[in-house]
Write a protein that binds this ligand. Structure first.
Ligand SMILES: NC(=O)c1ccc[n+]([C@@H]2O[C@H](COP(=O)([O-])OP(=O)(O)OC[C@H]3O[C@@H](n4cnc5c(N)ncnc54)[C@H](O)[C@@H]3O)[C@@H](O)[C@H]2O)c1
Length: 489
C-alpha cells in the first residue's frame, strides 16, 4: 500500500515513520529542502522507539520518496494525509491541488489540530472523501487519532480512514459533531489556559505546574479518563455522589473559565525562561528520547493489564504477529534456524557498560516468538484460542556484549510431542559468530479458553516434525539441560 503525505514537519515526519515502519511506501511533498533531513531524524527516533515498543518483528520497512508537487505525492496513492502548517488557505489550496491527481475513492485526511473539515474540503475534487484525522505527537507512538467529517464528508471516507489507522496500530476516535478544536484539543486548551493564568499570577512556575500534573492526575489519565476517575472518586455511591460533592465547587472561583491572560512580553519572557530552567541542559532530541522511553514504559505496563492504550498495543502486536515473516527468504531448517537479529540498544546496557542479563532472556523470548510464527502460529491461530506458553527457561551467559553490538539468534528444536516443545536458542555476535549467551525454553501448547494444556494443531505438528527430522541429527548443545548445580543450604 502507498500513502501520499503532504507536509513533512513534526507531524508529517511522524506519519511517515508510522507508515514506513508498518511496511507502507510513502511519497511525500514538502517544499522545504531540509525536509528529507528532518524526516530522517524523526524516522531514526521512531525506528528505535517502535522496535523497543513491540515484541513481534516489524514488517520490511516501506520506501520513502520525496516528490516535487502535491499532485505527484497524491498520484497512485491509496490514502493521503495532509500535515501542512495550520493555515486554512494554505491547506485548502494544497488539498484542492492534490485532490485533482487522486482517484475519486482515495480518502484524504487532514492532521489539522482544530480547523473545520467543512472549510478544508471546499474546492476539492470529490470533497466527500475528506475527513480530519487528527493525531498526537509523537505520531509513531501515540495511538489516538480523532476522525471528524465535514458537512460534505461521506461516512465511507471516515470508515476507510479508521481502517487505515487501525492497520498501523492506532485507536481512531470518531467524533459525533464537527467542532473547532475537536474533543482532545478543547480539553487540553482548558488546562493550558489555567496553566498560563497560574504562571501569570505568580502562583506556580512552569516546572511546578508540570509536577502537579505528572505526579498525580497525569498518571491516572494515562489509563482512565476524567469521568471514570471521578466515578471512582465518588466512592460506592459513584457519580451521583461525586456530582453532589463537587458540583457546587464548579461555582466557586476554582477556574478562570474562558478568560485568557494577555500574552504580554513580560509573561512570554517568564514562560520561556521558566521552561529553559526546567529543561536544563537537555536538547529537544534528548527530551524526545526521554518522552518516547516514558511512553513505551507506560504502554508496555498497560499491556500487562490489557487496558486502555495497553489493549490497543496488544491488538497491534497480534496483528503484526499474523502478518507473516518479514523476510521473503526461506529459512534453512537443516541447521539451528536463524530467526532473529538485533543491535543492542543503549538502554539495555547496565552500569558496567555491558548488556543487562535480563535482555538475553528478552532476546531469546523474541526469537522463540519468531520460531512460533515460522511453524504457523499466527494471529488467526491465537484468536482460535490456542497458543504456546513458556513454562520454564534457563539462560547461560557466555560473553559480554555492549551497546551497538549486532547480534543474531538461532533456534534448535531439542524435542517435542503433541503438547510440549523444548527449544534451545544460541545468541551470537554477527561480526565473528562468537557465542554470547544461550537459553533453553520448555513450552506448553495451551487451550487458552479452557486454560489447560492441549495438543497443537496437526499443521503445526507437521512443521515441527519436518524440522525435527533435521534437528534430531544435530549434536546436543553442551549447555542444554544445564542447571546451576550448586547445593542449596
Ligand atoms: N505539533 C503538534 O503537536 C501537532 C499535533 C497534532 C496535529 N498537528 C497539526 O499538524 C499540522 C502540521 O503541524 P506540524 O507541527 O507538523 O508543523 P511543522 O511546522 O513542524 O511542519 C509543517 C511542514 O509543512 C511544510 N509545508 C509548508 N508549506 C507547505 C505546503 N504548501 N505543502 C506541503 N507542505 C508544506 C513545512 O515545510 C513543514 O515541514 C498542523 O495542521 C497542526 O495543527 C500538530
Amino acid at each position: 500500500m502507498r500513502v501520499g503525505l503532504l507536509g513533512g514537519g513534526v507531524i508529517g515526519g511522524g506519519w511517515a515513520a508510522r507508515f514506513l515502519l508498518n511496511g507502507f511506501d510513502v511519497q511525500m511533498y514538502d517544499p522545504d529542502p531540509e525536509a528529507p533531513r528532518k524526516v530522517g531524524e524523526v524516522l531514526a527516533n521512531a525506528r528505535r522507539a517502535t522496535t523497543k515498543l513491540v515484541m513481534p518483528a516489524l514488517p520490511a520497512e516501506g520506501t520513502l520518496t520525496f516528490l516535487d508537487s502535491p499532485e505527484a505525492a497524491a498520484t497512485g496513492a491509496d490514502f493521503v494525509q495532509e500535515s501542512a502548517p495550520e493555515r486554512l488557505e494554505l491547506k485548502q489550496q494544497l488539498l484542492r491541488r492534490a485532490s485533482t491527481a487522486a482517484g475519486p475513492d482515495i480518502v484524504f485526511a487532514s492532521s489539522t489540530s482544530g480547523l473545520l473539515p467543512s472549510l478544508l474540503q471546499q474546492g476539492m475534487t470529490h470533497p466527500e472523501r475528506l475527513v480530519v484525522g487528527h493525531p498526537f505527537n509523537p505520531v509513531y507512538l501515540l495511538p489516538l487519532v480523532e476522525i471528524c467529517g465535514g458537512s460534505q464528508s461521506s461516512a465511507a471516507a471516515a470508515d476507510r480512514a479508521a481502517a487505515v489507522y487501525e492497520t498501523v496500530g492506532m485507536h481512531p476516535l470518531r467524533l459525533r459533531k464537527e467542532i473547532d478544536g475537536f474533543v482532545a484539543d478543547r480539553l487540553l486548551e482548558a488546562l493550558w489556559r489555567e496553566a498560563l493564568w497560574l504562571v501569570n499570577d505568580g502562583v506556580a512556575t512552569a516546572s511546578e505546574i508540570d509536577d502537579a500534573i505528572r505526579f498525580g492526575a497525569g498518571l491516572r489519565w494515562s489509563f482512565m479518563g476524567t469521568f471514570l476517575v471521578y466515578r471512582i472518586a465518588g466512592g460506592e455511591a459513584g457519580m451521583r455522589h461525586f456530582m453532589a460533592q463537587f458540583g457546587p465547587t464548579l461555582q466557586w472561583p476554582w477556574t478562570k473559565l474562558m478568560d485568557v491572560p494577555e500574552l504580554t512580553d513580560e509573561l512570554l519572557d517568564t514562560i520561556v525562561s521558566q521552561s529553559d530552567e526546567q529543561a536544563g541542559a537537555a536538547s529537544i532530541r534528548e527530551l524526545e528520547v526521554l518522552r518516547d522511553d516514558c511512553l513505551i514504559a507506560v504502554m508496555q505496563g498497560l499491556r500487562t493489564v490489557g487496558y486502555g492504550a495497553g489493549e490497543v498495543l496488544d491488538r497491534y502486536e497480534r496483528q503484526l504477529f499474523g502478518r507473516g515473516t518479514p523476510t521473503a527468504v526461506e529459512p534453512d531448517l537443516t541447521a539451528p534456524v536463524r530467526v532473529h537479529e538485533c543491535r543492542v540498544p543503549t538502554d539495555w546496557v547496565d552500569y558496567n557498560g555491558h548488556t543487562n542479563d535480563s535482555r538475553y532472556m528478552q532476546l531469546s523470548s523474541e526469537a522463540g516468538d519468531r520460531f512460533l510464527r515460522l511453524i504457523g502460529m499466527d494471529s488467526a491461530y491465537l484468536e482460535s484460542g490456542r497458543s504456546f506458553f513458556t513454562v520454564e527457561s534457563h539462560v547461560n551467559y557466555v560473553a559480554q556484549t555492549r551497546a551497538g553490538d549486532q547480534l543474531y539468534v538461532t533456534v534448535q528444536l531439542l524435542s517435542h510431542d503433541q503438547k510440549r516443545m523444548r527449544l534451545f536458542t544460541a545468541m551470537r555476535r554477527s561480526d565473528d559468530d562468537a557465542l554470547v549467551a544461550t537459553a533453553e525454553h520448555m513450552m506448553l501448547h495451551v487451550d487458552t479458553t479452557a486454560d489447560r494444556a492441549s495438543p497443537a494443531d496437526p499443521v503445526i505438528l507437521a512443521k515441527l516434525a519436518a524440522i525435527a527430522e533435521y534437528h534430531d541429527r544435530l549434536p546436543a548443545p553442551p549447555q542444554a539441560g544445564r542447571h546451576i548445580g550448586q547445593p542449596s543450604r
